[in-house]
Design a protein around this ligand. Sequence first.
Ligand code: 13P
Length: 258
Amino acid sequence: MSTRKPIIAANWKMNQTPTESKAFLEKFLPKFPESTPVDIVIAPAFLSMPMAAAQIVPSKSVDLSAQNMSAEPSGAFTGEVSAAMLKEVGTKYVILGHSERRSIFGEDDATINAKVKATLDNGFQPILCIGESLEEREGGKLEEVLRSQINGSLADVTAEQMANVVIAYEPVWAIGTGVTASPEQAQEAHAFVRGLLKDLFNEEVAAATRIQYGGSVKPGNAGELIALEDIDGFLVGGASLDPDSFGEIVQAGIAHVS
Ligand code: 13P
């Protein structure tokens, strides 16, 4: 078994109002009163972060994440959220380059790279999302897409900084569709991404970097996926909105390492 500590994160996307976030955490946090052998992360919407932080930051088991961050420190950027704002609420992680940011909001690898560097400069741990569309996979472009996303998004990041970077492999065709990548497809893609990290950095970085899987993760498939050699946790959308189902996914991670 690898020495990488699994990291299981809830990406709530544009769900859970401040009040709903509070109700979720009132049910979820008592399930994990002490620190666990997996890192548990919750990424609420920006407006729900202060309410959620009041419960998460004092907890021993869960860390707070943002779903995005501006690469700019401050200024005339209407609708954006800065590193200083995220620091003040106690954010540890920042999800960047999610496929919804890429496809709906037009973020490219250069934009995402600027954000990755800004999060690292500010002491956050980016959760960098990559993944191919169905068209790209069926067109034989899987490796080319993953290589250009990794090389583009991590340009100018140092091997030392990689200790604070988490990668999330999320095949776009598996997000919110109920279709999960098969264990073979997931393991193959994860091993390929680890190889890209070796090419871009070195063997140590490749061996140490945590690579999450995302795309229709549920309590019913989490155990099988976490057992795969190169899968180091999950980035969970739909199934993270219910405290019981997210709790079961975390339990699958704990059972794997225990
Ligand atoms: P689902 O778990 O709803 O498929 O979403 C995955 C995802 O996009 C997490 O970031």
